[in-house]
Design a binder for this molecule. Structure first.
Ligand code: SF4
Length: 259
């Protein structure tokens, strides 16, 4: 069942939904929220975490023992690939560290590089609408990218760059320990799942990522949806699939005791 608020966000997404005559008008409220400023990118790491991160950054990219502060500091100091030379700043990720939902995109763009936060600008607003359509707030989920630094001219990440950065993402997912990961867009999905399968064939299925085989579903990148609004209905199908799967996973976890 889709409630009135979700209907309003679906309409903001551009998806046509039947609205009962008695449904309260939420469009103005939704529009105001979509225009709201982005969330802060997060706190700075402590000096101790920076020192520990500098030590760990000189070895192999095994971030599996780092805590949140150490991980953030390791990313901020990272020079493992050439992207460090052209970034304004690293874009670590943002959101609830105990989130049940994790959204993973490709890499920072120009605006993200400037603000230090993933998914800002128009694509970020559309991602926020997608999150709202799930009945969640942006601050309920954790949002990160495969790469923490912007590739110049928004080119696709190179395999070596993604490999260099992967340890950070794996540690982020392990620390959050989400019920479900949403891979946002082709590049994120193909990197997370280590495949070259087209996104159309990855959608609608349940995949897994990382040491604990966290469940992953795939949907289109909001930047692509802005260019191809006709695909928004498919993205709603993906969100419905994700929501049903999430409910099932939470039930199974409750029966088995969540770790
Ligand atoms: S993209 Fe990742 S691996 Fe490359 S410099 Fe940035 S943080 Fe380091």
């Amino acid at each position: 069942m889709v409630d009135a608020r979700q209907v309003a966000y679906l309409q903001a997404l551009g998806v046509d939904v039947y609205v009962p005559r008695t449904a309260p008008p939420l469009q103005d409220e939704v529009a105001a929220e979509l225009a709201a400023p982005a969330l802060p990118a997060g706190s700075s790491p402590t000096p101790g975490a920076v020192a520990r991160a500098e030590v760990s950054a000189s070895g192999p990219n095994d971030a599996s023992n780092l805590d949140w502060d150490e991980l953030r500091a390791a990313v901020a100091a990272c020079r493992r690939c050439d992207l460090h030379a052209t970034r304004t700043q690293t874009v670590f990720g943002v959101g609830n560290r105990q989130a049940r939902w994790m959204f993973i995109g490709e890499a920072p763009g120009a605006e993200e590089d400037k603000q230090g936060e993933p998914f800002v600008g128009r694509a970020g607003q559309l991602l926020t609408s997608m999150i709202r359509a799930l009945g969640l707030r942006r601050e309920d989920v954790f949002i990160a990218n495969v790469l923490k630094c912007r590739p110049p001219d928004n080119r696709d990440p190179r395999p070596g760059e993604a490999a260099s950065c992967r340890g950070y993402l794996e540690r982020q997912v392990a620390l959050v320990n989400p019920t479900l990961v949403i891979a946002v867009g082709r590049i994120a999905a193909q990197n997370l799942l280590a495949t070259e399968t087209p996104i159309a064939k990855l959608r609608g299925k349940v995949h897994s990522f990382g040491a604990q085989a966290w469940p992953v579903v795939v949907t289109y990148h909001p930047a692509y949806l802005l260019r191809s609004p006709g695909e928004k209905r498919k993205s709603w199908q993906d969100l419905l699939h994700a929501r049903q799967l999430f409910g099932r996973l939470e039930q199974e976890s409750a029966r088995g005791g969540r770790t």
